[in-house]
Design a protein around this ligand. Sequence first.
Ligand code: ADP
Ligand code: MG
Length: 351
Amino acid sequence: MPRLRERGRAAPAPGGSEPSAVGMTPGAVLEVEDLRVTFRTRLGTVYAVQGISFAVEPGRTLAVIGESGSGKTVSARAIMGLLPRSADVSGSIRFKGEQVVGRSNNEMRDYRGRNVAMVFQNPERSLNPTMRVGYQIAEAITTHEPMDRRQARERTIELLKMVRIPAPEQRFHEYPHQLSGGMRQRVVIAIALACGPEVLIADEATTALDVTTQAQIMDLLLDLQRETGTALLMISHDMSLAAAYSEDVVVMYAGKIVERASARDLFAGVRMPYTQALLDAIPRIDTEPHVLLPVVGGRPPDQSVLRDGCPFAPRCPDVQQDCRDHAPPLRQHEPDRWWACWHPIQGGAAR
Ligand SMILES: Nc1ncnc2c1ncn2[C@@H]1O[C@H](COP(=O)(O)OP(=O)(O)O)[C@@H](O)[C@H]1O
Ligand SMILES: [Mg+2]
């Protein structure tokens, strides 16, 4: 049973809560509705994200969990407006009630960083190896807020302190290679927080780090969230992170959400056999760290083919004929609990 962290609701974002716009989930800062992303490729169309909906509230953490290829990064990049030209996006992404889909590049530049920011998996790729880390943070600040060098330097030192980097005045002048992997990821987080975003997306932000550093970075993200009231969208393939650090969980498979619940309800008993398989894949204390047990047999489906049946049917231990014939829709079955399965696990506690 994964460790569940007792967490209260954090304070709302500074400045008080905004009146909720018509059609919005009350209190949500970011609302995604029926989001679809397809890629036009030389080999045909890839249906990467097939109609997902969720909302994120200030001061809360929503975990998006799914194995590789399930559409997590594509969804995050759609929210950031960072998809390649070959992508077609439909559906709705609203930030504080304002539609983001279809905005011009210029409008997106202002929104990125200031409203919504993202931390990627690999700090090496997010940082410029030839530039001192202090300047990289200062550059992120001055992109959105014009200020002189002294002010930018002061704000940068503040941010380095905020992400708990020791000796910030000295670190300011260092290059990325002079820092450890964990320290580099702290710098990346500082850059993401430079303009005080209200939504922070952490996409496998700790996957490249060792287990101890991973826990330190996750704790830092939660501390910062409590301090600033930011909404956190935590993307991972690792169910144990969701159990330890999130309040709400959506589980993605083959571009769709297949289960959705509060972390408390979900880990008290999952319904969807795929979620159970992900839970069983949590590394155990008696195995090597980072070794995910291969309990999800088979491979994720080819995303260039649309099927009638449940996409998990070929790999599901509980599959029946109706699963192969018709895909179960994501439906609400209990208060605050949704799943897409014709034959859910009944009252089963998380193993
Ligand atoms: N630029 C692209 N062109 C075509 N297909 C893509 C592109 N980017 C991602 N995909 C496909 O979209 C699906 C979802 O990918 P992704 O969101 O990266 O998965 P993950 O859940 O591992 O983050 C995968 O099938 C992937 O191959
Ligand atoms: Mg990804």
